[in-house]
Design a protein around this ligand. Sequence first.
Ligand code: HEC
Ligand code: HEC
Length: 270
Amino acid sequence: MAFLAAGPLRSQAPPSDVYDDFRNNCASCHTIGGGPLTGPDLKGLTERTDRAWLHRFLSDPKALIDAGDPRAAQLFQEFRGSYMPTLPGMTAERIDALIDLIEYESGLEKSAFAGMRLPERPLTEADVLRGQALFLGDQPLARGGPACLHCHSTVSVPGFGGGRLGPDLSTVYARMEGRKALGAWLMAPPSPVMAPVFQRHPLEEEEVLGLVAFLQEESRRAGVEPVQGREVDLLLAGSSLAALVLVAFDFLWRRRYRATRRPLLESTRR
Ligand code: HEC
Ligand code: HEC
């Protein structure tokens, strides 16, 4: 068996901390053999590009795209102009370990990252209502995460409106092009603000489905129908329209906010 040890050690699984790294920092946007999410499917990555390029790309994706590298620029276009985030601590060693993992997993019949565990069942009105209750905090998240309302608002969030730390989520369903990408995003949010909290208190599958259903409904209410693939131009046109509607809405909302707030303040002063 000496010839095995002499060859590249493809048959040996990468260490588990590299799996954790990929799961926590990459899997929300990339599958290995499960199709594109927010970013491309990474199966067969090392067959279509070389390591030197990957090192340059992974240490600062945005810099390479902005510098006009043809391959990076093409990927950027293909992925609807969303930048892959520049992740902190991307040493050459870590990049090599991640590439090794992608190469190893690409060679397996079914990679551990072939896709989400989210069930495919159709979303129902009950999902929308459950998602709304979770979003608002009317129903607590099973594993103790904070309600989305603390940091986010949407078109129909009643009362005082949601928090402003995170972006408005009215059109995020359409922007991420639907259930699969948004679901994967929520299973492990690659957000510097959300990740530390939701890694310790992850959302459960059924909660993700509910939130996806609710955010799909919100996109509809905001007038942005989810579209796929070739209709991206339409989506862009639609979302700038929706942005206008939202600006108008936000304006009305704030006035309403003040209008509710003032009597409240006055009643406490009395
Ligand atoms: C928030 C989403 C997101 C996260 C998180 C993310 N990526 Fe990406 N990735 C993208 C997008 C989008 C692209 C396409 C290029 C672009 O638009 O920036 C991309 C492109 C790539 C490419 C180039 C693919 C090719 O065909 O050449 C590689 C390699 C890659 N990502 C690896 C990773 C690794 C490894 C991680 C984790 C350390 C990671 N990505 C985390 C979104 C993401
Ligand atoms: C502690 C505050 C906080 C909480 C709680 C929170 N988020 Fe976020 N979220 C953020 C911030 C901030 C961002 C923007 C990315 C960043 O800067 O980290 C974000 C981004 C997002 C995005 C991506 C938006 C985009 O346009 O790309 C989605 C989707 C999202 N959050 C969904 C949720 C859902 C669903 C919940 C409830 C389960 C939730 N968030 C709870 C702070 C929060």
